[in-house]
Design a protein around this ligand. Structure first.
Ligand code: ZN
Length: 178
């Protein structure tokens, strides 16, 4: 039944936290405050967060429909991850891989947006396969702290979230869908 290593619970939980932020009093996060806008006493809405949620939704629907063109209508809330998981559960791991990479990358993105950088330390470095990644928000990349793990010009190796997610999905044990 499905894939037990799916990012679905994490992604859905993180998305719910994000959606809650839309209706909560603004946090003191300077990044969020800078992007926020206020309209005559109305609650402050983080437009960047709204955009983020809309983009992730559109992207996940597209990835799901590429894997399964017969997937039905998608929920408008975090239930979209369970919908996507169910729509692709019958596929072989290779057929749902691209969808899984998108869902896992979104899980990481959601967590980072609420300030939870622990998710990066739970990922293996694609270069040396160690649990040695730290999130560096200024460059929006995970950086490896292993001294011997360097890129081609001698810097500490750096990875975009999509690379970290791809490595996570492709290096986990393959389970047949049955
Ligand atoms: Zn490394």
């Amino acid at each position: 039944m499905g894939n037990q290593d799916s990012a679905t619970p994490t992604a859905a939980t993180s998305m719910r936290l994000l959606r809650n932020q839309l209706t909560q009093p603004r946090p003191t996060n300077p990044e969020a405050t800078r992007r926020a806008t206020r309209v005559h006493g109305a609650p402050v809405v983080d437009l960047g967060l709204l955009d983020h949620l809309e983009e992730t939704r559109t992207e996940l629907i597209a990835a799901t429909r590429r894997a399964n063109p017969n997937a039905g209508p998608a929920p408008v809330d975090e239930g979209i991850y369970a919908w996507s998981d169910a729509a692709t559960a019958h596929l072989q791991p290779g057929e749902r891989q691209a969808r899984d990479v998108v869902a896992h990358r979104q899980a990481l993105e959601h967590a980072l947006r609420v300030g939870d950088e622990r998710v990066i330390r739970q990922e293996r470095c694609p270069g040396c396969r160690c649990y040695s990644l730290m999130w560096r928000g200024t460059i929006e990349r995970a950086v490896c702290i292993q001294a011997r793990c360097r890129d081609e010009i001698g810097r500490a190796s750096q990875w975009e979230l999509k690379q970290v997610a791809h490595h996570h999905v492709t290096s986990r044990p393959q389970r047949a869908a049955n």
